[in-house]
Design a protein around this ligand. Structure first.
Ligand code: GLU
Length: 305
């Protein structure tokens, strides 16, 4: 497996110069555009990896899967989807357009920023600190790695510059779509986006989702099968920003990407894959990562749709 990963990565690396590293969160711009790593965890818990696998990066939008999982487990899908939609959007992840023009003002889905902030706001815990700690705890258990924590520098960098997210959150407060203290919801959201992981961690989390909630590394049942089914549906329809349709055609496996260049992939009953390459295409997806996944899906016949 390691040999196969290495060979495909060499081919995919050629795409790196066509993209660019996200810099709207200044701390993210410090990453090397040429970094690239891939990890695969199969359902027996075996791991194979290649590239800069020791390097840590922040989860960014990938963390939205876990605040959604926590909300689904704690208040149930009916309550969650009464506050946030479940359909893909053709707008960028931080767009305010649909929020304003749709009749209900409800965010389109939990994978865009407005939807993720709304999800954080309905987590049934008293303080923003508690909300964040519960998300972090879930991430640690999904990855079977109790050492995972957040990156203080990225958190502060985003908190300082996150005015677009502030605008989305205050707009939703003005329409009654989120309640309570907006700044504390944003604080929990910025922290969860700053959780730092490796591709090994992403691959284990992807495998836990692929295995319907049981972590293949330590056998712990972390979330229910029905939550995993919802996560995979969200990933395939909304996981790759407004490039989700194209990714479904090219790759056809549930995946969620983040602006740090990470992609968490979950091939049902087969494997979890973690990919990281900070050079992004215009939608915000890792150029080398998406190309690698297309090649891997072909080689291993991973397409699930
Ligand atoms: N923290 C990022 C933001 O809110 C997450 C965006 C992403 O990864 O798509 O802008």
């Amino acid at each position: 497996m390691k040999k196969l990963i290495g060979r495909l990565m060499e081919e995919s690396r050629r795409n790196i110069p066509s993209g660019r590293v996200a810099d709207y969160i200044p701390e993210l711009a410090k990453k090397n555009r040429d970094s690239f790593s891939v990890s695969i965890v199969t359902m027996d818990g075996a791991i194979a990896h290649c590239g800069d696998t020791g390097e840590m990066f922040t989860m960014q939008s990938v963390s939205k899967l876990f605040s959604l999982a926590l909300a689904l487990e704690s208040i149930g899908p009916k309550s969650v989807f009464s506050r946030v939609g479940m359909n893909p959007t053709s707008e960028p992840f931080n767009s305010i357009l649909k929020l304003e023009i749709s009749d209900s003002h409800k965010p389109m889905n939990p994978m865009i920023n407005a939807g993720a902030i709304a999800v954080v706001s309905i987590l049934p815990f008293d303080t923003s600190g508690e909300r964040f700690r519960m998300v972090l705890d879930l991430v640690r258990r999904m990855a079977a790695n109790p050492a995972i924590d957040f990156d203080e520098n990225v958190y502060l960098s985003e908190k300082l510059t996150g005015d677009r997210n502030r605008a989305l959150a205050y707009f939703m407060k003005s329409t009654g779509d989120i309640c309570g203290d907006v700044e504390s919801h944003l604080d929990a959201y910025f922290r969860q986006c700053s959780i730092a992981v490796t591709t090994d961690d992403l691959a284990v989390m992807g495998a836990t989702i692929a295995g319907n909630g049981t972590c293949p590394v330590n056998g712990e049942r972390v979330v229910s099968a029905s939550v995993c089914k919802t996560l995979r549906a969200m990933m395939i329809t909304c996981g790759m920003y407004d490039g989700s349709g194209e990714f479904a055609l090219r790759v056809g496996i549930p995946a969620k990407s983040g602006v740090s260049g990470g992609i968490l992939v979950s091939a049902p009953e087969r494997m979890g894959i973690g990919v990281w390459g900070p050079s992004l295409d215009e939608k915000g997806n890792s150029v080398a990562g998406a190309d690698f996944l297309e090649r891997l899906a072909d080689e291993l016949e991973l397409r699930s749709i």
